[in-house]
Design a protein around this ligand. Structure first.
Ligand SMILES: NC(=O)C1=CN([C@@H]2O[C@H](COP(=O)(O)OP(=O)(O)OC[C@H]3O[C@@H](n4cnc5c(N)ncnc54)[C@H](O)[C@@H]3O)[C@@H](O)[C@H]2O)C=CC1
Ligand SMILES: CC(C)CC(=O)C(=O)O
Ligand SMILES: [Mg+2]
Length: 352
């Protein structure tokens, strides 16, 4: 009997539709006849907002919540466009989705694939995962400004960290470490952000007692930047808050061979809501429309989606094909978005 996957697709803005087109081609090749992927496309994003005035209606949000999973490209327009000021799309669409669908685990793996060159001189064996908290921190929109535009302006952005929210993501990170090389690094800034830092540190200490096999480490976020460049092989599982995780994972993507291959999943591990998979990168307005974006991050995000929704063989086929494709790139001429997608899809079919 053919199984079905009820998939919501949000191509988004800029390079989003370009890379999602290739991710869907590869996904269809990977599942073949074994899985019927029913795609519903949602034209959300900055362009959609500018054309229609809709950012994310309650009805659309409710409809998205009914799917098995969501595949998203990237959203956000030109940061200089005054009609998009105030993070109206990032906040009103992307973060709203993550919060409403309780995506408290933002899982971002980094692996230096064989044959991929890192900008680091001696990268070593890079293979770690960042477990970024996804529903709290300074991204909740708890803040405000007074005397705006005057020399006396005061602007506040409050980081919200709850015991419940921190514990569930820390528990997820320990479980991840148990499955991997049994090392967990808490990344924070406990020497300055003392209230939130204390909660994170105490939570890690308490949960660590239940995981005696896991080596626990702590790094301030600034020092983490050093070690991501000088010794990334030291990391196995990093657990951190929403803002630090956002920053750490762009650098992680770069040292792991480029932002164009960095994938992610926004998970509600309870399964109560559909999880959402997307590249780490944004809509890249600087290269949009030129057909040169690397679709690999979106393709690997589709693999994460398939594994999460119970289709590990299809996920494996995509990962093997990506690995082979990446290994073949060194010294070769740069290819278009479409050519990379077609080549990975062809390799996937060979493994079927
Ligand atoms: N999840 C999402 O939807 C995200 C949306 N954004 C939004 O995207 C817009 C642009 O943000 P930026 O800060 O410029 O970050 P960005 O990730 O879009 O671009 C940063 C740099 O990486 C390059 N790049 C990104 N993806 C690439 C790919 N697949 N292949 C080759 N090069 C790639 C871009 O050309 C650019 O030079 C903004 O509106 C921002 O708010 C940013 C990050 C995540
Ligand atoms: C709007 C931002 C929270 C998106 C972003 O940069 C990310 O999730 O990595
Ligand atoms: Mg980011």
């Amino acid at each position: 009997m053919t199984r079905t996957l009820d998939l919501a697709v949000i191509p988004g803005d800029g390079i989003g539709p370009e890379v999602i087109g290739e991710a869907l081609t590869v996904m269809r090749a990977a599942v073949g006849e074994s899985l019927e992927v029913r795609e519903t496309h949602y034209p959300l994003g900055a362009s959609h907002y500018l054309a229609t005035g809709e950012i994310l209606s309650d009805d659309t949000l409710a409809a998205l919540g009914q799917h098995d999973a969501i595949l998203l490209g990237a959203v956000g327009g030109d940061p200089r466009d005054p009609t998009l000021a105030g993070g109206i799309i990032e906040r009103g669409l992307l973060l709203k989705l993550r919060f409403a669908l309780d995506h408290h685990v933002n899982l971002r793996p980094t692996r230096l694939y064989p044959g991929v060159s890192s900008p680091l001189a001696s990268p070593g064996d890079i293979d770690f995962v960042v477990v970024r908290e996804g529903t709290e921190g300074p991204y909740v929109g708890n803040g405000g400004a007074i005397r705006v535009g005057t020399p006396h302006e005061v602007a506040n952005e409050t980081s919200v960290n709850t015991a419940y929210g921190v514990e569930r993501v820390v528990r997820f990170a320990f479980a991840e470490a148990e499955r991997r090389r049994k090392k967990l690094t808490l990344v924070h800034k406990t020497n300055v952000l003392v209230h939130a830092g204390s909660l994170w540190q105490r939570t890690v200490d308490r949960v660590a007692a239940e995981h005696p096999e896991v080596r626990v480490d702590y790094l301030h976020v600034d020092a983490t930047m050093i070690f991501l460049v000088t010794d990334p092989a030291r990391f196995d599982v990093i657990v951190t808050d929403n803002l630090f995780g956002d920053i750490v994972t762009d650098l992680a993507g770069a040292v792991g061979g480029g932002i164009g291959i960095a994938a992610s999943g926004n998970l509600d591990p309870s399964g109560a809501h559909p999880s959402m998979f997307e590249p780490v990168h944004g809509s890249a307005p600087d290269i949009a429309g030129r057909g040169i974006a690397d679709p690999t991050a979106a393709i690997l995000s589709a693999a994460l989606l398939l594994r999460h929704t119970g289709h590990p063989e299809a996920a494996e086929r995509i990962e093997r094909a990506v690995e082979a494709d990446l290994a073949s790139r060194s010294g070769a001429e740069a290819r278009s978005t479409e050519a990379i997608g077609a080549s990975i899809a062809a390799a996937v079919r060979q493994y079927s």
